[in-house]
Design a protein around this ligand. Structure first.
Ligand code: HGY
Ligand code: MN
Ligand code: MN
Length: 416
């Protein structure tokens, strides 16, 4: 006996075609994408998304962080909207699905409601958050962080990229500064559909991740001060070697993460040597330690250990050491009612599913501070993400979007 609405499914080909169309904007060099936030490519991707929203009959509002909100009216204009979204910006060597699947999956929900002529009591708003990745401008989830009251607009506008470009200037340059106050919008609920970016769902052969929690994160930016000197003629006992201090700190971060298993990760993705010349010992080395855990106590313990050990390591080598926390969010528990709705949708549709904790950060981690929020996940091949080879199947993409459709439609309350 089919469950009511079980046969309501999204259009897999339309979703896939939209993903492939968006992937043409800001192409990478190895099949993925380089559509970093506030670049011309980001601006082009925004225009394409806006055109699609216009064609779907949505009214698009933009806030002062450039976040895009495309609204489908409900039968009760006073009812708070159900928001569904993610991000269109990518890593410099990003994949075609990280973030994009959630924005275009939200649009596919709207397109399917339009096809079926379904009305909902609550409006539904598809959202493209500015600068989720934090690759060009730290921290990650910057716009949703301002929306949730974690960062001020001024703080965000003054963030600078590695070339010294300023966030506010770049947002103005690409022409996407909106007039809405950031955070003025109130949400009935928020859903985010995302690839897992880890290996669990594929390994467990599950189609749907029912996301109960998101792990917390610290981004600790270290500046090590050594002495610029000739790599050839400077005797080993006369060196003030910031590069060596960095290497020993990396080893220490690895040990801190391994000592806190299970449920802890630590590593470094970005390093800047100055003057970065092959035969000059670095005067300064700047790098960001990324540590994460779903357990608050463990996350804080790891931060304390790293911040205690790094200066000691540096001092042994006569190297100066300073640290600044440039990104942080605590572990988040998603809304149990919405989580149960996602699980029920997967069951109704006959998709295999399992509870999962998000290893990556998402805008939902911030919206959870201001509205009931949760996520839906689909597997990705070999758990690979933040790599141009990031890959998913059309079937995985569609199954997750079907679940998103049912969870969003139910929360928005279908009007017969
Ligand atoms: O860093 C993260 O977890 C996300 O991809 N911005
Ligand atoms: Mn993402
Ligand atoms: Mn990402």
């Amino acid at each position: 006996m089919a469950a009511p609405g079980e046969n309501l499914r999204i259009n897999p080909d339309r979703l896939w075609d939209s993903l492939m169309e968006m992937a043409k904007i800001g192409p990478g060099i190895a099949g993925g994408n380089n559509r970093q936030t506030l670049t011309d490519a980001d601006g082009e991707g925004r225009h394409l998304f806006k055109r699609w929203c216009d064609a779907a009959g949505l009214k698009t509002g933009i806030d002062k962080m450039g976040t895009m909100f495309a609204r489908r009216e409900g039968t009760d204009p006073d009812a708070l909207p159900v928001y569904v979204g993610s991000h269109l910006d990518t890593q410099p060597t990003g994949g075609k699905y990280d973030g994009v699947l959630g924005v275009l999956g939200g649009l596919e929900v709207i397109r399917t409601l339009n096809d079926l002529g379904i009305k909902t009591k609550h409006p539904i708003v598809v959202t493209n958050w500015t600068n989720e990745e934090g690759a060009r401008f730290a921290p990650a989830m910057l716009a949703s962080g301002v929306f949730a009251g974690v960062h001020t607009l001024d703080y965000a506008y003054l963030r600078t990229d590695p070339d010294g470009k300023i966030f506010g200037d770049e947002l103005k340059r690409i022409g996407w500064v909106g007039d809405e106050e950031v955070g003025a919008r109130k949400m009935h609920a928020y859903f985010e559909y995302h690839i897992e970016q880890g290996p669990i769902l594929e390994a467990e052969n599950k189609q749907i991740g029912v996301v109960t929690h998101g792990q917390g994160l610290w981004w600790l930016e270290f500046t090590l001060t050594g002495k610029e000197a000739h790599t050839g003629s400077t005797p080993m006992n006369m060196r003030v070697n910031a590069g060596l201090a960095m290497a020993r700190i990396f080893e220490m971060v690895q040990k801190v993460a391994m000592d806190n298993q299970p449920g802890a990760v630590g590593g470094v993705g970005q390093v800047k040597f100055s003057p970065n010349s092959r035969n000059v010992l670095p005067g300064t080395v700047v790098f960001t330690v990324d540590i994460r855990s779903p357990e608050q106590a463990k996350l804080d313990r790891m931060r304390a250990a790293v911040e205690a050990e790094a200066p000691r390591i540096a001092k042994e080598l006569g190297v100066g050491c300073s640290v600044e926390a440039v990104g942080h969010f605590d572990p988040v528990t998603f809304d149990p009612t919405l989580v149960a709705r996602v699980r029920a949708a997967a069951e109704k549709l006959g998709y295999s599913h399992m509870n999962i904790i998000s290893g990556a950060g998402h805008d939902a981690c911030w919206t959870a501070r201001v509205a009931p929020s949760t996520m839906v996940m689909c597997p990705c091949v070999d758990g690979l993400s933040h790599n141009e080879a990031e890959d998913i199947s059309k079937e995985w993409a569609a199954a997750g979007c079907d679940v998103l459709f049912h969870a969003v439609a139910e929360t928005a309350e279908i009007v017969e």
